[in-house]
Design a protein around this ligand. Structure first.
Ligand code: BGC
Length: 764
């Protein structure tokens, strides 16, 4: 039977009933018409499937599944390939367990390092988070499981997440907080998307028709199902009108009745309900008669280990202390996390893990090494235990090397609340300092879902950031520490020196429900680089046991015409003596021109990762399209490329550019300009449609002000020869400054000519 026929056969009650859940995780069936129910589970970095009798708030008793590294770590892999495999592996497990929709990936932007759920999110950069999340969605859906991309949108904090209003200007919203979702919607076509709890500019997302219908469906072409975050509905009927198809979890039928009443009383057009029902039926049909396949958990556990290996970031490695030699040496593990790793986050994404590998447990894989272990502190407690500390120092001193495991305990970061500061427990800091005093060859291993303060940074020779590395993290860490694997993770976020340095510091988490995103587009590294603010570790930072060199940067053209694509090629060479994976980061720096909208100094526009044997070199190609050069312009309510020059840069992190090339870009999109007496000369010179008219006669006029203009090679006025004050003169002021040569009559005439030229060149 066709969908339309099924809908025609449905009663109003049946249709309304489909629009909310049956239980916490399932949709409602309509047995009479053979419409089955489908089942959802959290995500995003493993399956949290509850047993039938588990209470929904019990995050710890669900079925056992593989726990992969959380997105904060996985994003540090900078690997699209890995994220694709991530999706596929989860997809296979979902299929084996009858999970139809997995609630992930979660890709909100990390506006502040204090965000309680940052461990679950990918990055502060929309391109990186959108590109990697797209691969996850593709992989998952290729295995027959629907993705539910969340939390759409601008849900960047946990404090008052169900009531706060993210007050964001139009440009920032599009460039930073929506473009990651846009990428996933357009590239990966997820079957579902989850609307978030919060308000955007004082409208609840679940009632935001502009966001859920106009932008998401009409502009971006999303044709899947909009699902609410659990309990995000405020007014069910308004939600349906705005574009919310499925309310989760069950409302006990209360909101279904509201829909029925609204149709009966002509408050709601039944056709709108039919549209939502059609979308839900289409989703259900994707999971009809799906065969459950087998999942090989032992194999997936090894995949989790591999993911962790590729996500771990080598932050510091003085004296090339790492890797440690795999021979008869004494290595002391210090810290409770060595035995009981902090490897996953808290809240709805908490996985009841299949098997947890700790470094202490897996030391047996390294038979030549003589290991010792001292707990140092208890992960559950803030108390300083002098006996534990003393024992740790003695253990470290009697070994050749010490590896200290510290970071954020569970209670420090979780869904539902934000962090108050960047500190790790005082006892962890004391432990690092004391061990360092006793053992100069100390490596610090960090386990945390988001940036932290490192008061001992300058003293410690080597630091590994393992994030929340999933259940395979223990083995992965040992493989990296002893050099079986060469670290290749790069930070997908900035580690600031101080929380006070972050751009949203004064507005996070806002004042009651008002959260003003006053920092605009200057989020994360976009802010630190633009203001040259020193950081602990910059976005993109990550060391390796080998050295990579980037050279021979080639760009397919030195001019970019909007609508085209540029090919960028870079030669990457492994100059060291061991195999490794290089991350290629391409940033675009736009010319700093005060006439053009303020832009961040540089922005990541493409990236890739390649493996190279010792001494090997490879040419890596990256593609740039119009988004690489454009910003969101509020005058035209669209993306726009400002004419001018742009540097294409290959960098080892956002602060260190290895090679660069300048190109010019030319827009074709119309940017409407109002030409009046008050229009500035500079604006008219910058607009290709008015520039020539303005150039004509300008040298003579400016000569009256003692300004001599020069011409460039093409015979145009050299922009560099125009002083700033002249750029900022309105047309009308030429009357005042040209000693009567330029009259009111001239003003009228030139405005006429400018307007004519502007209209005539409208399509160019
Ligand atoms: C979270 C979602 C999650 C849902 C179901 C909500 O509180 O925000 O991420 O998928 O609960 O557990």
């Amino acid at each position: 039977m066709k969908w339309v026929e099924i809908i025609e056969k449905m009663t109003l009650d049946e249709k309304a009933s489909l629009c909310s859940g049956l239980t916490f995780w399932d949709t409602k069936p309509v047995e009479r018409l053979k419409v089955s129910k489908i089942s959802m589970s959290d995500g995003p970095y493993g399956i949290r499937k509850q047993n039938d009798d588990d209470h929904y708030l019990d995050f710890h008793t669900s079925k056992k599944f593989i726990c992969f590294p959380t997105a904060a770590g996985m994003a540090a892999s900078f690997s699209k390939e890995l994220w694709h495999e991530f999706g596929k592996t989860l997809g296979r497990e979902c299929r084996a367990e009858g999970v139809d929709v997995l609630l992930g990936p979660a890709l909100n932007i990390k506006r502040s390092p204090l965000g309680g759920r940052n461990f679950e999110y990918l990055s502060e950069d929309p391109l990186l988070s959108g590109s990697l999340a797209s691969e996850y969605v593709k992989g998952l859906q290729e295995e027959g499981t629907s993705a539910c991309v969340k939390h759409f949108a601008a849900n960047n904090q946990e404090t008052r997440r169900m009531s706060s209003s993210s007050n964001i200007d139009e440009r920032t919203l599009h460039e930073i907080y929506l473009s990651n979702f846009e990428k996933v919607i357009k590239e990966a076509k997820p079957d579902t998307i989850m609307c978030s709890y919060n308000q955007i500019n004082h409208t609840f997302v679940s009632e935001n028709k502009w966001l859920l219908t106009q932008l998401l469906r009409d502009e971006w072409g999303f044709d899947g199902t909009v699902v609410t975050d659990w309990g995000a509905i405020c007014d069910r009927v308004k939600g349906l009108v705005a574009g919310v198809d499925l309310e989760m979890p069950s409302s006990g039928g209360i909101t279904d009745k509201q829909i029925v009443e609204a149709v009966k009383s002509n408050q709601l057009d039944e056709k709108l309900l039919d549209k939502a029902v059609l979308r839900i039926l289409k989703l259900i049909s994707k999971h009809k008669q799906k065969e459950c396949t087998h999942a090989d958990y032992a194999n997936d556990h090894e995949i989790a280990r591999k993911f962790a290996e590729e996500s771990i970031v080598l932050l510091k490695n003085e004296r090339d202390l790492l890797p440690l030699p795999n021979r008869q040496i004494k290595v002391a593990f210090i810290g409770d996390f060595a035995e009981n790793p902090r490897y996953e986050g808290g809240g709805s994404s908490h996985i009841n893990s299949w098997k947890i590998d700790s470094p202490v447990l897996l030391q047996k894989e390294w038979s030549k090494i003589e290991f010792s272990y001292a707990k140092g502190y208890s992960a559950e407690s803030e108390q300083i235990d002098e006996v534990l500390l003393k024992n740790a120092v003695l253990t470290a001193a009697s070994a050749d090397y010490a590896i200290v495991f510290v970071g954020l305990p569970d209670s420090y970061e979780s869904e539902s609340y934000d962090r108050k500061n960047l500190d790790i427990p005082a006892v962890h800091n004391i432990l690092v300092n004391k061990v360092m005093e006793a053992q100069a060859d100390t490596v610090v291993v960090l386990q945390n879902g988001s940036p932290i303060n490192m008061p001992w940074l300058s003293k410690v020779p080597a630091i590994l950031e393992s994030y929340l590395g999933g259940e395979g993290v223990g083995g992965a860490l040992l493989d990296i520490i002893f050099g079986k694997v060469n670290p290749s993770g790069h930070l997908a976020e900035t580690f600031p020196m101080r929380i006070e340095d972050t751009s949203c510091y004064l507005n996070f988490p806002g004042h009651r429900d008002e959260v003003n995103y006053q920092e605009g587009v200057f989020v994360g590294y976009r802010y630190f680089t633009s203001k040259s603010i020193p950081v602990l570790f910059p976005f993109g930072h990550g060391l390796s046991y080998t050295k990579f060199a980037f050279s021979k940067l080639k760009v397919s053209s030195d001019e970019y015409m909007e609508g085209n694509r540029l090919q960028v090629q870079i030669l990457v060479k492994n100059n060291g003596n061991r195999k490794g994976k290089a991350v290629i980061q391409l940033y675009v720096e736009s010319e700093r021109n005060f006439l053009i909208t303020e832009r961040p100094l540089r922005e990541l526009k493409a990236f890739d990762k390649v493996e190279l044997k010792a001494g090997e070199e490879k040419v890596v190609s990256l593609i740039l399209d119009e988004r690489a050069f454009s910003y969101y312009d509020v005058d035209i309510h669209d993306w726009y490329i400002a004419p001018g020059s742009y540097k294409i840069q290959i960098a080892s992190d956002c602060n260190h550019v290895s090679c660069e090339k300048s190109i010019t870009a030319t827009p074709y999109k119309r940017k409407e300009m109002t030409i009046s007496r008050n229009t500035l000369i500079g604006d008219l010179l910058e607009n290709p449609r008015t520039a020539l008219v303005m150039e004509d006669g300008l040298p003579d006029l400016l000569a009256y002000m003692g300004v001599t203009l020069t011409l460039d090679e093409d015979g145009h006025i050299s922009r560099g020869s125009i002083p700033t004050f002249a750029y900022e003169l309105p047309i009308r002021s030429l009357v005042n400054f040209t000693d009567g040569k330029f009259t009111e009559d001239h003003v009228i005439k030139i405005i006429k000519r400018l307007k004519a030229s502007y209209d005539e060149k409208g399509d160019t």
